[in-house]
Design a protein around this ligand. Sequence first.
Ligand code: ASP
Length: 310
Amino acid sequence: MSRRPVIVIHGGAWAIPDKLATGSIDGVKAAATTGYRVLQDGGTAVDAVEAAIVVLENHPAFDAGYGSVLNANGEVEMDAVLMTGHNLQCGGVACVQNIKNPIKLARAVMDKTDHTLLVGLGSNQFAEEIGMEKVSTDDLVTEDAKAEWKEFMKFKTTVNVLFRNRDVKLSGCDTVGAVALDNAGNVAFGTSTGGITAKRPGRVGDRSGGYADNTSGAVSTTGHGESIVKVCLARQITFNMEQGLSAQEATEKALQSMANRVQGSGGAVTVSKDGDIGKHFTTERMAWSWIKDGQLHYGLNPGEDFSQAV
Ligand code: ASP
C-alpha cells in the first residue's frame, strides 16, 4: 500500500540552555529535511532514519557522535540503535568508542551480523572488520562537553541528578532520535547517544531507545535511560496505540506513567502505522521536528508548534 511519507525527529529531552536553543532547532530541522528527502526519493523508513541521525550526530549541539558527553573517566562511550518495523530487524552498538557515526555501525550490525547488539571492544572490533573509519576522541569532544563533565564530576550521581533535580543547569547537549513511515507503509526508528555526563564507564542507559513494528508504529525515546528501561517506555507507547489511542495520546500516557511509576522524566517521538504523529516531553524542553505533506513543524518549549513549507 502506498503511504504519504512522514519523518519525526527529536534532539533530546532535557533543560536545553538558551545558548543551544537555536542550534538545536536548526539541527532537528536539517535532520527532518534530509530524512524526508530520502523518503520522497523512494528510500525506506530505516534509510531515512539513518540519514537523519547522521546529520544530528555530526552536529555539535547534540550528545551523539560529535558533541557526545564524557564518562567518569573522561572518555566518550556511545550507544546507537535502529529497528525496522516490517520484520522487526534491529541492530545496535553500546559503549562504542572512536566512531564518527555510531548509527551507521548499528545499521551494519543489523544488516551484516546475526546479532542485535554488540558492545564495547566487540563493537569496535566489528567496526574495524567492516572498514569503518575511526576518529580520535578529540574529534568527538566539544568544549561544552568538557565543561559539563567538570561540573558533574562534583556530583558523583549524575544520572539521577540530571533528570530529577531541576535546580541543576547544564551546558552540554543531548541524545537524538528519529522515526519514519515510508511510501511502502514500513515504519522504523533510530536513536543515538553519548549517554549521560560522568556516567560510570560501561553504563548503557536504555538498551533499546525505541521500538518499531508495522502493526502499530515506531517510537524513539530520550531521557533518563534507567527509567526508560524499567518501564519499557517505547513498547508502552506502541501498546497504547494498539489499544486504540492516537500517537499523541499514547506518547503522553506512557511518559506520564513513567513519571508516576519511577519518577523519571524524558521524551519521545512517535509515528503510527497510519502516519499519525506524537511528540511529548516531561523535561523542560525537547527540540523536535516533523515533516508530512511537505509541511515542516518544529518546536522546543512546551506548547510550541511553528511551521513552514519545505
Ligand atoms: N536516554 C539517554 C541515556 O540514558 C540519555 C538521553 O536521552 O538524554 O543514556
